[in-house]
Design a protein around this ligand. Structure first.
Ligand code: 1PX
Ligand code: ADP
Ligand code: CA
Length: 502
């Protein structure tokens, strides 16, 4: 903490913790007072008495998890003393090893309201410069540009972290690029659902510039580019669960936020064709999908997580330094064989057959401005589990009540057609098998105009399949197998997060 022999310009005392200092610079008091006339604003006494000064830029906590960069100028009597302060602060800052010095930045110019480049240039780049962070910036030219660059070309050794400017889709690209590369470098076969993933060492920072940005919101507590930039600068980190999604022993994708079949799958499929609407496309497609009210038949099998602390309906909330994540993470420490991989645990699979409006797996709360408590408010960022939410066929009115509860204090799980389970793995099989030709059609982006309703050909009831919404990307396969893995053993990426409660 800075104090004592230097006096801030207001003449009052001012404490700044070194871990929250962004930069320090010496001021030439005389020329500055001539330049911008600030001289007059200062109390005459302090400026006359203290001719030397330096300015410290630091993190100021504002309302609702918002962080801002603030300046305070300290004055002192002797030039040597002033220099000594500046030098000491710089040394202390250099000693903070968790802070990044070189960052690789990817900007999606088409995310959200298409403001990614502007947000980065105006709000983020000046802060990185202030904090003496060097950057290499890539504005993406097409979808999967960032993923493929990270996976094959990027010289990762040169960087302390990567930053994405965009939404959840862009974050997902980064996870795929980094995780795939790490597995390949370590000889891990991604296609084997049982194989443990090797954690990747680089951290990923997000500057929110997408449509939902729930990964940013659920970790930092607010979608605000300046706040995220400051978390990145001070080197905050948060481990995160990653689910791997397979189909017939073939790797499909990773998921870090929402894997949703039925309602959220249909909302996404419809909204992709309305990208021009920006973030409002989700509300439009949400309303439309709500009215269509399709349900899907199938079987969900899952392996409940029985060896952990916490349940999806308890009142705990995952915050920085979360005790539950720490405790459950220890279950994976080097000398422990994760219990769920033991044969006796494997007997614990449960099977539920039914007609579902939605099947959602939330690996984190999925809190976002639309629903500040999220899809599963008690889910944990890094406990190695995902919350499986099953919404059975019910009336439109009841489904609306369920949706509305995501936006209020009422419990969205306290309804007789909703159940929630905290699971290690799960599997979904639709009632009717998808033929390869249908899968091909879907994979090539040509959505089946009206899927065949096999029970009643010619009626207007629900189609046989939905698609999975995997962090905002469409998966054409209905039948999938999902496993959730976490730090410090299995997972993956660390992500910048608030160092206090969010
Ligand atoms: C009636 C109001 C109901 C509000 C219900 C809100 C529930 C919201 C839960 C949102 C969970 C979001 C999980 C995040 C997923 C993202 O990874 C993913 C990708 O994000 P990106 O675009 O930034 O890349 N985003 C999404 O898939 C978007 C999902 C958005 C769902 C919006 C649903 C709106 C529902 C409106 C129903 C309206 C019924 C009105 C009837 C009168
Ligand atoms: N230069 C680009 N042109 C087109 N699509 C891109 C580009 N860069 C990234 N994408 C893709 O845009 C999609 C949406 O990105 P995202 O940043 O998540 O925005 P949003 O939150 O609006 O969906 C992702 O699927 C990503 O792969
Ligand atoms: Ca989790």
């Amino acid at each position: 903490t800075l104090m004592a022999s230097v006096v801030p310009q207001t003449g009052t005392s001012h404490g700044v913790s070194v871990s929250e200092i962004l930069a320090v610079r010496e001021l030439d008091v005389d020329s500055e007072t001539k330049d911008d006339g600030r001289w007059q604003k200062m109390p005459q006494k302090s400026t006359e008495a203290y001719p030397y000064a330096f300015t410290v830029s630091y993190v100021e906590r504002a309302w609702q998890h918002r962080w801002r960069c603030s300046d305070v100028t300290f004055h002192c009597l002797e030039g040597a003393l002033c220099q000594q302060w500046v030098q000491t602060i710089r040394e202390q800052l250099t000693a903070l090893t968790s802070r990044p010095k070189h960052l690789l930045v990817y900007i999606n110019p088409y995310g959200g309201k298409q403001q990614g480049e502007r947000i980065y240039e105006q709000k983020v780049a000046p802060l990185f410069t202030l904090a003496s962070i060097s950057t290499h910036v890539i504005v993406t030219e097409h979808a999967n540009h960032a993923r493929d660059h990270l996976r094959t070309e990027a010289e990762l050794k040169k960087y302390d972290g990567v930053v994405c400017v965009g939404g959840d889709g862009m974050f997902s690209e980064m996870v795929h690029g980094l995780v795939s590369r790490t597995q390949r470098d370590n000889g891990v076969d991604q296609n084997s659902p049982e194989e443990k993933l090797v954690p990747c060492t680089l951290r990923i920072g997000i500057i929110p510039a997408g449509s939902t940005d729930c990964i940013c919101y659920a970790t930092v507590g607010i979608n605000d580019p300046v706040t995220s930039a400051l978390h990145i600068i001070v080197g905050d980190a948060q481990p995160m669960d990653v689910c791997s999604v397979h189909h017939n022993n073939t790797f499909l994708r990773y998921s870090v936020s929402l894997l949703g079949y039925g309602f959220y799958g249909d909302v996404l499929a419809d909204s992709e064709r309305k990208r021009w609407m920006g973030p409002a496309r989700y509300d439009f497609s949400g309303f439309k999908t709500f009215l269509t009210h399709h349900y899907y038949e199938g079987t969900v099998s899952f392996l409940p997580a029985t060896d952990i602390l916490g349940t999806p309906r308890d009142k705990t909330r995952c915050r920085a330094g979360c005790f539950i994540c720490q405790h459950n993470g220890q279950l994976y420490s080097e000398d422990h064989q994760p219990l769920f991989l033991l044969p006796e645990y494997k007997g614990g699979w449960r099977v539920i057959r039914g007609k579902f409006l939605a099947i959602n797996a939330a690996s984190m709360s999925c809190a976002c401005p639309r629903s500040p408590k999220g899809l599963s408010p008690a889910a944990h960022l890094a406990d190695g589990t995902t919350d499986l939410i099953l919404v059975r066929k019910c009336s439109r009115f009841n489904f609306l009540r369920h949706l509305l509860r995501h936006t209020s204090k009422y419990d969205q799980f306290d309804m007789n057609f909703v159940e929630v389970h905290r699971v290690r793995r799960f599997r979904f099989t639709p009632r009717y098998c998808q033929s390869d030709s249908e899968l091909d059609l879907r994979e090539n982006g040509k959505r089946l105009f009206s899927q065949i309703c096999r029970d009643h050909p010619a009626c207007s009831c629900s189609p046989a399949y939905s698609s999975w919404n995997c962090d905002g990307e469409i998966l054409p396969h209905a039948a999938i197998e999902v496993g959730c893995v976490t730090t410090p053993y299995n997972l993956l990426c660390k992500y910048t997060v608030h160092s206090e409660s969010i």
